[in-house]
Design a binder for this molecule. Structure first.
Ligand code: SF4
Ligand code: SF4
Length: 226
């Protein structure tokens, strides 16, 4: 990867960058100082992971040219354009979870933020977006930012409704039965997963207070079934 350009001097705090991202419909999900971490550009001192800022993201995205042009992969193309522009303003580099193989280790990076954890489903759970956590990209920055305090896994004191919400018991605590899930979605869909999003993800109290629009979840389910 290319070495990073000098840092944009006026944008030196995590909070400033979070505010900049929020204007574009993105939330900084967490950050880490990736010393010794593989697959980050040389010179990276802070890595920030970005996901949709709900409920604003969907409305912003629907106005974007990538959504309106009818071409393939609108969300990935939107993410590439917007996050690359943000990274350039910050003198950093944009990284993305799509476009592979090979794929960058967003799962490992996420665990390194101290704000994202492995849930009982083995999917990631975030301290704000719950099981609706998703990544649109990351900012690799050549400046060591102070990061917010880490949090404790929300699953520790939770009765774990996510484990029992799937109508076809696709989760057994270790594996995810993708074929059972897809078969149900193509058939009865008794838990309205196609129109409202995965019932197991929706069962998480954090997901419920996150504000993701059902229309957006329905879009992701259609992409998942393709
Ligand atoms: S429902 Fe509870 S156990 Fe399941 S992911 Fe959410 S917080 Fe964790
Ligand atoms: S989408 Fe529905 S069927 Fe598939 S895992 Fe989630 S709850 Fe189960």
């Amino acid at each position: 990867m290319e070495p990073l350009a000098p840092f944009y001097a006026q944008m030196t705090s995590y909070q400033d960058i979070a505010a900049l991202c929020q204007k574009e419909g993105l939330e900084v999900l967490g950050g880490l100082h990736p010393e010794g971490t593989e697959h980050v550009p040389e010179g990276t001192l802070t890595l920030l992971l970005l996901g949709p800022d709900e409920p604003h993201f969907w409305k912003i995205f629907q106005k974007a040219p990538e959504w309106r042009d009818g071409q393939a992969d609108p969300m990935d193309r939107w993410s590439t354009r917007v996050i690359t522009q943000i990274a350039q303003r910050l003198g950093g580099q944009a990284l993305f979870p799509f476009g592979g193989p090979p794929f960058l280790p967003f799962y490992t990076w996420a665990l390194g933020t101290g704000r994202i954890f492995t849930s009982p489903l083995q999917f990631l759970v975030h301290d704000n977006s719950g099981l609706f956590v998703s990544f649109r990209g990351a900012l690799a920055l050549p400046h060591k930012l102070d990061l917010p305090d880490t949090t404790r896994s929300p699953c520790i004191d939770c009765p774990k409704p996510c484990l029992t919400a799937c109508p076809v018991e696709a989760f057994d605590g270790t594996d995810y039965d993708v074929e059972a899930c897809k078969s149900h979605l193509r058939g009865a869909d008794t838990a309205a997963c196609m129109t409202e999003g995965c019932a197991a993800r929706r069962a998480c109290p954090l997901s419920q207070s996150f504000g993701r629009m059902a229309e957006q979840s329905a879009y992701h389910m259609k992409v998942f079934l393709r």
